[in-house]
Ligand binder design. Structure first.
Ligand code: WQD
Length: 339
């Protein structure tokens, strides 16, 4: 049984991926400092998987601590989720983002090299495409970034490209997520943002559950059918399956560096998402139209043909599934994990 080290494995995407790794016959080990996740997730994952899960409470920037983990366990591959991800916060605190996201990844790669572990999947993002010229977005399209969070993703991808070019024994995949949505069908794990949510879906579900007053839609004067922005939403369970598929592909070897989109190839507008959530929740969700949010692009959706070709991956969940599962998590956990 191959062992996969999962820094950030107690987080939203990480926890769902740990469950899928177990389902697919891998042995995941979680590393998390709980700076942006709940320690309760570990016992919930053990309950949901029926397996005991090895975990280490550790900041991935702690090199000695990482060395201890690699000494104590035979690690076959790594999936790195550890990183801060709030766009707005990254604009206010750029140094915190560069220090945490970049130094965390560099420290991890240095320790992997010391222990001759050369298989890694990186949690990247469609944000690395910056301001796109055309749709759908394809992996070879021009890159850019419009905020410090996005720049950390882009810089890390460049670090990984250079690393693979310097040593052809590395097998590296950067998975570019579009817009994660949904939750495990049990409703026991889900997205639990710190403070006021930056992202659309948790904001909507917190309005629906009564924690927030109304949704603020950032602009309805875009060049789209209903004037609101269009995004490519992907169920977090589909994302999780994409990581397990990427790990299997890494073990085939001679990969070098590959960037792969994980998207549904469909676009839904903010208003369409709101309507889907109203169907899931069974009531009207109040909203107001505000001005545009700086940095937003009008339309973003993926070409996912490379994921289909290399990973035999495509999305299986519908937008109705995503809204149903996100609401199921929120209504069962109005205050998230309540840490
Ligand atoms: C989607 C749309 C907003 C909130 C970002 C990151 C990406 C990924 C997902 C981080 C936009 C509108 C939002 C609100 C709104 N990673 N919106 N009111 O910006 O597409 O992507 O999050 O987790 O890397 O860039 O996602 O959910 O913030 O916004 O009207 O209260 O919803 O303007 O058009 P985004 P989002």
């Amino acid at each position: 049984m191959k062992t996969i080290l999962v820094p950030g494995g107690a987080g939203y995407i990480g926890s769902h991926t740990v469950l899928d790794l177990i389902k697919k016959g891998f042995n995941p080990i979680i590393v998390d400092d709980f700076s942006n996740s709940s320690r309760k997730v570990i016992s919930i994952l053990e309950e949901l998987s029926g397996k005991e899960i090895t975990f280490y409470e550790l900041d991935v920037k702690n090199k000695e601590g990482l060395r201890r983990i690699f000494n104590e366990n035979k690690i076959d591959a790594v999936i790195n989720f550890a990183g801060f991800k709030a766009v707005g916060e990254s604009v206010e605190k750029p140094l915190m983002y560069y220090e945490n996201n970049l130094f965390g990844m560099i420290t991890l790669l240095e320790v992997m090299k010391e222990f001759d572990v050369k298989n890694i999947v990186f949690s990247s993002s469609a944000t690395v495409y910056g301001i796109p010229e055309k749709m759908p977005l394809v992996e070879g399209d021009p890159m850019g970034a419009t905020n410090p969070y996005g720049r950390t993703k882009l810089m890390i991808e460049n670090i990984l490209v250079d690393l693979a070019a310097s040593d052809d024994t590395w097998n590296i995949i950067a998975l570019r997520y579009f817009n994660p949505l949904g939750a495990h069908e049990s409703g026991k794990i889900g997205e639990d943002p710190n403070g006021i949510p930056n992202n659309l879906a948790p904001y909507i579900t917190q309005v629906a559950v009564g924690k927030l007053e109304k949704l603020h839609i950032f602009g309805n004067d875009y060049d789209t059918p209903d004037g609101t922005c269009i995004r490519d939403f992907v169920h977090v369970n589909d994302l999780a399956a994409g990581h397990s598929a990427a790990i299997n592909y890494l073990f085939s070897g001679n990969i070098g560096f590959e960037a792969i989109n994980l998207g549904s190839e469909k676009g839904y507008s903010v208003l369409e998402i709101l309507k889907n959530f109203e169907k899931a929740v069974g009531k009207t969700i109040p909203y107001v139209i505000d001005g545009r949010r700086a940095g937003d692009i009008a339309v973003s959706y993926a070409d996912a043909s490379k994921a289909k070709k290399l990973l035999n991956w495509e999305t299986k969940y519908t937008i109705e599934d995503m809204c149903r599962d996100s609401w199921n998590w929120q209504k069962k956990n109005p205050n998230g994990f309540e840490d």
